[in-house]
Design a protein. Structure first.
Length: 301
């Protein structure tokens, strides 16, 4: 335990360990990524993809071991017992901090396949990690301005095509497709600006989830709906590295995905779209209630 060290020293040491761990595993990953780029044959990919996913899982495990060794964070994790590693899942979570990603990876690693995120196309240029995301087949999505979409509505097809290409690869190996439906991190300012009807959440954005379901929804075993609460305040990534996230609470619920959302046309079927929004709103109301219950429990109410 490193509690005797000043927070800044703990944070710097944790960042160094995280960086070294990332570089070590990425070096192995890059070797396989090079093979994947040079030999893009199905037989080769079928051999390489599980190895690449295993490297990502090992990276996550090492991060978790370090953070659990270094700090005395009180973890409450519920609802993960029935998850299966050799299956496909669509994972949804509320979004408050970069720390959310580490929490999900820590709690779900080894219980479901490696999480694959929908990323902005520009992130492929992030040094080291951008290439790692490419090797792991993370979908890189373009983001067009409203003005550009008005001039050329066909640009909407870019993300749809990218999602379908990525999901076609996911269909061959058990995968967890991760989506933060709020689309951005929660802040009080954003909550007020949106006039969100939920106490702890921003309004959900249905597009990315509908796109993933349309691309490979029938293959998903279920929607893994994760709710994260930080009873002592939402930590920044730096505060997390400094060991200043005393308590983390995570509750997971599996939600059945209606078949019509996997086979219907979300973009052009107004009735289906309204039904999808009602379904997502119902999930969000339950998630909001779960957040309230977790925080009240932590406060001893």
């Amino acid at each position: 335990m490193l509690g005797f060290l000043p927070p800044f020293v703990r944070g710097a040491l944790s960042f160094l360990v995280l960086a070294v761990n990332t570089l070590v595993w990425c070096l192995l990953l890059f070797v396989l990524a090079l093979c994947k780029a040079v030999l893009p044959f199905q037989a080769v990919l079928a051999f390489l993809d599980p190895l690449i996913n295993a490297i990502a899982s090992a990276w996550t495990r090492c991060n978790s071991l370090w953070m659990r060794f270094a700090y005395r964070t009180d973890w409450t994790v519920e609802g993960v017992e029935s998850l299966r590693y050799n299956d496909w899942y669509l994972v949804n979570c509320n979004h408050q901090s970069w720390v959310d990603i580490f929490v999900l990876q820590d709690a779900l690693n080894g219980r479901i396949p490696v999480l694959k995120f929908f990323l902005k196309a520009e992130l492929i240029y992030v040094p080291v990690i951008g290439l790692a995301w490419w090797a792991l087949d993370f979908p890189f999505m373009k983001r067009h301005s409203r003005q550009a979409l008005r001039k050329n509505p066909n640009l909407r097809n870019d993300d749809r095509d990218s999602a379908r290409k990525a999901c076609a690869k996911f269909a061959k190996v058990p995968t967890s497709v991760m989506n933060f439906v709020e689309g951005t991190r929660f802040t009080a300012e954003k909550h007020a600006t949106q006039a969100s009807p939920y106490q702890h959440l921003l309004k959900p954005k249905a597009g990315a989830m509908a796109m993933a379901l349309n691309a490979m929804g029938a293959q998903f075993h279920s929607l893994v709906d994760a709710t994260i609460a930080y009873p002592d305040g939402i930590p920044t990534f730096w505060q997390y590295l400094c060991g200043q996230a005393p308590r983390v609470m995570l509750q997971v619920q599996q939600v059945e995905i209606p078949v019509e959302f996997c086979t219907g046309d979300y973009e052009n079927d107004r009735v289906l779209r309204k039904s999808f929004h009602r379904w997502l709103d119902d999930i969000w109301q339950r998630k909001d209630a779960t957040m309230t219950a977790l925080l009240e429990r932590a406060a001893g109410r």
